[in-house]
Design a protein around this ligand. Structure first.
Ligand SMILES: [Mn+2]
Length: 538
């Protein structure tokens, strides 16, 4: 053997011996702790072992799955951290996080005045965080990008179970949510409380953009959305007076949400789409000039028409369909009238090209339209539509919730398969739920924690309930007003009353009108997918 080989062998032996020592230490730690599990955890990703090959002892190294080992080791490290860090969190943060961990065990809390007080407290805390943010956030990858949530706690749990199992703070990367947190689903308050807590804890890691449902005209439209409207859910939960105040407190936060985000100076993120230019500045500058407190629909008195239009376009617009490209899109500007009506616009190929060129960006990530596939591409695969709820949008039982991971030069789609089951939402006919009294069942149905079972085969979920001690804490439930006055002329950049009957899940109704019979001219329009069987509901 040459000297070099001897040297390598010696080094390998050293590595092996160190690995064994490390393992011994980790095992000793495990022994001292709980006896439940013995995990063969290693802190390093490469495992070096001695194996017998044809009577000879050989060292082999193999690469372990980093994610799992890293997580186990992180958990072990976390277990050694004193609990002070957690104990020092404000009570409302702990209560909301515990609720999110297991909403079914916190039904009483969710229906209590304590939850209302916690939401007020939270709004008070995040208000200034959002107000200080520029209207366009600049974010560095890796970033997970989420589309519409719409009060769907179950799909939000799918993402939290799989993407940030140990919490967002311990997960690499940033999180951008494209808006539409409320309406349509049954757990609007739970979802918004959780997302606001995340923002409060990680203001530089979590970004919540504004959707068209984060406006009073939309989330206060009880006549249209009925029990699925945010205002109904607030009142139904806490009574008319407190409920209205909770709704208004949340809307005051919505008034302060940023409109867009830019990842790596390359990917533009927004709820609806790109705005029409209003000045000879760049569009990003136009967006940055929108006031930091904006009602949009309806506007406050201080909102200027031009900037109200910029904000409206950001939260309401859609990519033009094939038919619109040929009929309603202005060949000069690339913008046209939207099929939503009411003054909403659509943006065509030309508009996309101009915008990306002007800003030097490559992609647009937006939400706002339901797709059974979770993520859909359009405009030559330059526009991504991300939809992160699989329910309440007539996309069928097999719809998927999706999100995107933007990581440097990689774009990855992450979908929730319809077959995935998680432990939080209990089907109405599940064993654990069938023992509940009708009153208890009613409570859970209201919260969206129990649903009719679309698939009668699944029925084996655990259900446990325990009482939570409630600490009383004084909180001011009066909403702060800071001299903002709504415009009495109710200037509308978007007129809801003249919109097509479906304000939001455009995928379903446009599918039949726009795609029907139209020969696809643009071969790049890959997946403007619409579930053909989807039923329309007014
Ligand atoms: Mn929307």
């Amino acid at each position: 053997m040459s000297d070099k080989e001897l040297e390598i062998a010696a080094l390998q032996e050293k590595v092996s011996s160190l690995s064994h020592q490390l393992e011994a230490v980790l095992n000793a730690n495990a022994e001292r702790g709980t006896q439940k599990r013995r995990l063969q955890a290693q802190a390093h990703a490469t495992a070096v072992r001695e194996v017998n090959v044809k009577g000879k002892q050989v060292l082999v190294s193999s690469r372990e799955r980093m994610g799992r080992n890293a997580s186990i080791c992180t958990q072990q490290a976390l277990d050694l951290i004193p609990d002070d860090a957690i104990l020092n969190q404000p009570g409302f943060v702990n209560r909301i996080l515990e609720m999110f961990q297991n909403p079914a065990a916190h039904v009483d809390y969710l229906n209590s005045i304590q939850f209302a007080k916690d939401v007020f407290k939270l709004c008070q805390k995040v208000r200034h965080i959002f107000e200080r943010e520029p209207r366009v956030s600049f974010v560095q990858s890796p970033v997970y990008v989420f589309g519409d949530i719409h009060g769907n706690l179950e799909d939000l749990h799918f993402f939290s179970d799989n993407l940030w199992r140990l919490g967002m703070s311990l997960t690499a990367g940033n999180f951008v949510f494209l808006g539409d947190y409320v309406d349509r689903g049954k757990s609007c308050l739970e979802c918004i409380a959780y997302l606001f807590v995340m923002k409060y804890q990680l203001p530089n890691k979590v970004f919540l953009l504004r959707g068209n449902h984060e406006t009073r005209d939309v989330n206060g439209w009880e006549e249209h959305y009925g029990e699925r409207s945010f205002i109904f859910q607030c009142r139904n939960r806490f009574g008319d007076d407190v409920g209205y105040r909770v709704w208004e407190a949340c809307n005051q936060i919505f008034d302060r949400l940023p409109l867009a985000a830019v990842i790596d100076q390359d990917v533009f993120c927004v709820h609806g789409g790109i705005p029409r230019p209003i000045s000879n500045q760049t569009r990003i500058q136009d967006m940055l000039s929108v006031p930091r407190v904006a009602g949009i629909n309806p506007p406050y008195e201080h909102e200027d028409d031009a900037y109200q239009q910029v904000a409206s376009d950001c939260i309401w617009s859609d990519p033009a369909s094939e038919e619109q490209e040929m009929t309603s899109v202005d060949p000069e500007t690339g913008f046209g009238e939207s099929l939503r009506g009411g003054g909403a616009i659509c943006f065509g190929n030309k508009a996309v090209t101009n915008f990306l060129k002007q800003q030097g960006f490559s992609y647009i990530m937006r939400a706002h339209e339901a797709h059974a596939e979770g993520v859909a591409l359009s405009k030559g695969a330059r526009v991504f539509t991300v939809f992160s709820t699989s329910q309440d949008h007539n996309q069928g039982a097999n719809a998927m919730a999706g999100c995107m991971l933007v990581d440097n030069d990689k774009l990855q789609v992450i979908n929730r398969s319809p077959a995935y089951k998680n432990q939080y939402v209990h089907r109405r006919d599940s064993v654990s739920v069938s023992n509940l009294s009708p009153a208890e069942m009613e409570k859970r149905l209201k919260l969206g924690l129990v649903r009719e079972n679309p698939d009668p085969d699944e029925s084996d979920e655990e259900w446990d309930d325990f009482d939570e001690e409630e600490e009383e804490e004084e909180v001011d439930i009066n909403i702060q007003q800071e001299g903002y006055v709504f415009d009495k002329r109710r200037r509308q950049s978007i007129d809801l009353s003249s919109m097509t009957n479906n304000l939001h899940d455009l995928g379903a109704d446009l599918g039949n009108s726009a795609a029907g019979g139209m020969a696809a001219v643009e071969e790049e329009e890959e997946e403007d997918t619409i579930d053909g069987d989807a039923e329309m509901k007014p």
